[in-house]
Design a protein around this ligand. Structure first.
Ligand code: AHR
Length: 554
């Protein structure tokens, strides 16, 4: 029988008491003890370089993502930089956001990039792709696209953060020539073309040098309802002879949804049928995977299968993690299918939409379509996902959760002058340390989580994580998914001694804990110095927690 912890939230146990309890748990993090788990870090077994771009982000003109989330306007009382919410820029700089995908999502295949450039007072108003999803509580600018935020505003946003732009081109409803022209607008040298002059008139004589270009989005669905074979033909047509201006473009093809192996096989087969050399010009294959079905096999219905973001029991806690954990086998499966045609693996995986997707109702700002409030469960889910990417650096080159702000698995929630970092945002803050490191193999042994799933015994792994080396520093992240048990874990680094270190722990005594505009710091990481060092350290990984250790080796 599973031991259930008490679900307390804002109840008898106040924030101060919770903090004390957490501190006490951490204080004993290094006490010598009866370990039930072990992590061995094998420094000699490198897996590859962790691409910083797997810590990327995604923005779409949907609900309150752009208008309110990102864009507040230059004349707003909300602190802003060129109209973009300053809090957002500050936070994204802290997490070293490397790349941001824009303007969708499904919106991208309905978008005419020309609507969003030029003098702002003459930009047309259009019906937003997502109008049917919006409710009467949604502000008009969510339903009718003002185009106030377009390519130039996005580029200024990227520049302020210090990240690279990743633009998704419209393959469903614009001709290939418009893709060519958008590249020309963004990248042609100063003064060279009419579009370069138009760009200069909008504030940037110098090219934006956009390297990453998505060729449509979900082309099996909202992006055109193509078959994989049809899409491969379109892909070839849209990407033949794009202007490069001396800097090769990184083209990202619209890949599968979840476990649609057929989509992967048929696309690769069709590309190979014409010319295998084309694989060399495809940078990425975009896999989308949402964890939405918590029905445990009862239904495949998109609405009925979903669970609640805030109200859940331990069974649903594990169900979300089980669903999320499938991503590792999806990465391995698609990678294998790709190899059947692209034997040298020239094309890498880009997981540019991931995260849990719950039923509507938890949004902090009513009327924000698709917004949900991330809890500790989503933080654990996100850490688990980032660890998966870290463990497959040779396969996954870029990734982004859906979506950055006011959406599904958001790092930030914002409304007017209110802003908070979600537990997911804090996970990204902790995992920044992995960017660019050399991933090394870990061997993790821990008791399985045993619990009851619809009256039957079920299990889930007991501990998981990833490690990366940065010169003398080892970054190790560890997820304990158990809702009530601490994992006392010996950590050994094979081939080095541990001189010093710090631990950061993100957890809470309430599984449902989350941050809001009023309680912005309910779930925040706690950082401590490591007390004991040597060949081995012992970590007490609290229940429902994410721990990051940064160990200086000698
Ligand atoms: O992230 C929300 C939507 O989910 C995106 O627009 C689409 O690509 C996906 O189906």
């Amino acid at each position: 029988m599973m031991r259930r912890r008490e679900f307390v939230r804002n109840g008898a146990v106040g924030a101060a008491a919770l903090l004390l309890a957490r501190t006490a748990r951490l204080a004993s993090a290094v006490a010598s003890s009866m370990a039930d788990s072990r992590i061995e870090v094998l420094l000699g077994e490198g897996l590859g370089t962790i691409s910083p771009n797997i810590y990327g982000h995604f923005l779409e003109h949907i609900g309150g993502v752009i208008y309110d989330g990102v864009w507040v306007g230059e004349d707003s009382k909300v602190p802003n930089i060129n109209g973009v919410r300053k809090d957002l820029i500050d936070e994204m700089r802290k997490i070293k956001a490397p790349v941001v995908r824009y303007p969708g999502g499904c919106f991208a295949d309905s978008y005419d990039w020309r609507d969003g450039v030029g003098p702002t007072d003459t930009r047309p108003r259009r019906t937003n792709f997502w109008i049917e999803g919006d409710s009467s509580a949604s502000p008009a600018n969510h339903r009718y696209e003002s185009n106030r935020f377009g390519t130039d505003e996005f580029m200024r946003f990227c520049k302020a953060i210090g990240c690279e732009p990743y633009l998704a081109a419209n393959v469903r409803s614009l001709p290939g020539q418009e893709f060519y022209r958008w590249v020309e607008y963004c990248n042609s040298p100063a003064g060279s073309t009419t579009l370069a002059d138009a760009r200069a008139a909008s504030g940037s004589a110098e090219p934006y040098d956009v390297r990453y270009w998505g060729v449509g989005n979900e082309s099996w669905g909202c992006g055109g309802n193509f078959t994989a074979q049809e899409y491969a033909v379109e892909f070839r047509r849209y990407t033949s002879w794009l202007p490069q201006y001396g800097k090769p473009l990184a083209l990202i093809a619209s890949g599968p949804n979840s476990d649609d192996w057929q989509w992967t096989r048929e696309f690769f087969e069709e590309i190979a049928r014409k010319d295998k050399d084309l694989f060399g010009s495809i940078f990425g294959w975009a896999l989308h995977y949402y964890s939405w079905n918590l029905s445990r096999g009862r239904t495949e219905d998109w609405d009925e299968g979903k669970g609640d973001a805030l109200k859940f029991d331990a069974q649903d806690w594990y169900e979300v993690l089980r669903e999320g954990n499938r991503l590792e086998s999806l990465i391995e499966g698609h990678w294998q299918a790709m190899r059947e045609f692209d034997s040298g693996h020239e094309v890498k995986l880009v997981v540019d939409e991931w995260g849990p997707w719950y039923r509507p109702g938890s949004q902090l700002t009513p009327g924000n379509f698709l917004e949900q409030t991330p809890t500790l469960r989503d933080a654990v889910f996100s850490a688990m996902t980032l660890d998966i990417f870290n463990r497959h650096p040779e396969k996954v080159t870029m990734a982004s959760p859906a979506q950055l702000v006011n959406c599904l698995n958001s790092l930030y929630l914002a409304h007017e002058d209110k802003f908070c970092v979600t537990p997911v945002g804090h996970v990204f803050g902790m995992y920044t340390a992995h960017q660019g490191g050399q991933a090394v193999r870990t061997i993790i042994s821990a008791p399985m989580v045993n619990y009851v799933r619809d009256g039957k015994p079920a299990s889930f792994w007991g501990l998981n994580g990833s490690a990366s080396l940065h010169g003398k520093d080892l970054v190790l992240t560890v997820v304990n998914p158990h809702v009530s048990e601490t994992r006392e874990t010996e950590i050994a680094v094979r081939g080095a001694a541990i001189r010093s270190g710090t631990t950061s722990v993100l957890t809470h005594s309430d599984l449902h804990a989350h941050n809001t505009f009023d309680q912005r710091n309910e779930v925040v990481p706690l950082v401590k110095e490591l007390q004991s060092t040597g060949r081995m350290v012992t970590l007490q990984a609290p229940p429902a927690s994410i721990t990051k250790l940064v160990l200086t080796l000698s």
